[in-house]
Design a protein around this ligand. Structure first.
Ligand SMILES: Nc1nc2c(ncn2[C@@H]2O[C@H](COP(=O)(O)OP(=O)(O)OP(=O)(O)O)[C@@H](O)[C@H]2O)c(=O)[nH]1
Ligand SMILES: [Mg+2]
Length: 238
């Protein structure tokens, strides 16, 4: 084989390798294997992300996030893999000016874990409902299931999930009136999302999305219910 044939062969192999890598990359980007961790600031998303990634016994002090945390890893129970393939998990900061980032990931999202601090939920119900309203009225969220993780169940003031569900339904009901009332003066009324049924009080079960409420304590490592939900959604059970 002369020099020029060798050069051309190496060049051709290089082009093929780059093409395969590019196809793989694009393939991954369009695969719906992403789980989003959303919720207000201080609800426990980053601690949950770290425990999903490094194990429930990890104990670290987290600080308000200014940027998303992203990782591709296998959901596991003390090192025992619960899925065959890795999932892509994204923890989006709860800060009001940063949370809009969640919509970038919606096209590749398999499930949303919305984390709530159950001990301050009644006080923050309006803010939580606003965030949930923004998520559910996003056009591409329709078929994405959501787990509402009622975190901090170790706190004495934590409310049970059923109570949290009712508080949020009432708050979204009120929000629905204010949000749609302002629309009378706008041109494209039909563009605005009305959550639930117009003739009935808002209920999560009226949404097209499957929504479940579960209690957990990320700090105490009680996150099995979250892992199970992810595994189920990842394997197509939702
Ligand atoms: N008591 C208790 N504290 C928790 C629990 N989960 C998280 N925390 C604490 O709550 C605080 C906030 O947790 P983070 O994970 O940083 O909150 P975050 O949702 O990422 O907040 P942002 O990054 O601002 O959006 C930390 O001090 C955690 O240790 C829990 O289950 N119980
Ligand atoms: Mg954080």
């Amino acid at each position: 084989m002369d020099m020029s044939t060798l050069t051309w062969t190496v060049f051709a192999l290089l082009v093929i390798a780059i093409a395969i890598a590019a196809l793989n990359f694009l393939g991954n980007r369009t695969k719906k294997d992403t789980f989003l961790l959303l919720g207000l600031s201080d609800s426990g998303k980053t601690l949950l992300f770290l425990k999903l990634r490094h194990g429930s016994s990890v104990n670290v002090q987290t600080h308000t996030s200014m940027k998303e945390n992203e990782g591709q890893f296998i959901i596991n129970d003390n090192g025992t893999p619960l899925t065959k393939n890795p999932t892509h998990v994204v923890d989006v900061p709860g800060h009001e000016k940063l949370r809009f980032k969640f919509s970038d990931f919606i096209p590749i999202t398999r499930g949303i874990i919305f984390v709530i601090d159950s001990s301050t939920c009644a006080k923050n119900s309006r803010q939580i409902a606003e965030y949930l309203y923004d998520i559910f009225s996003h056009k591409k969220v329709k078929n994405i299931p959501m787990l509402i993780a009622c975190n901090m169940s170790d706190m004495i003031t934590a409310l049970p999930p059923e109570r949290i569900r009712t508080i949020l339904e009432n708050e979204i009901n009120r929000l629905r009136v204010t949000r749609t009332a302002g629309l009378d003066h706008q041109d494209s009324v039909e563009d605005v999302e009305f959550l639930g049924y117009e003739s009935e009080d808002f209920k999560f079960e009226h949404l097209e999305n499957e929504v479940v409420f579960e209690k957990c304590s990320v700090k105490e490592g009680e996150i099995n219910v979250i892992k199970e939900w992810i595994v189920d959604a990842f394997q197509g059970g939702k």
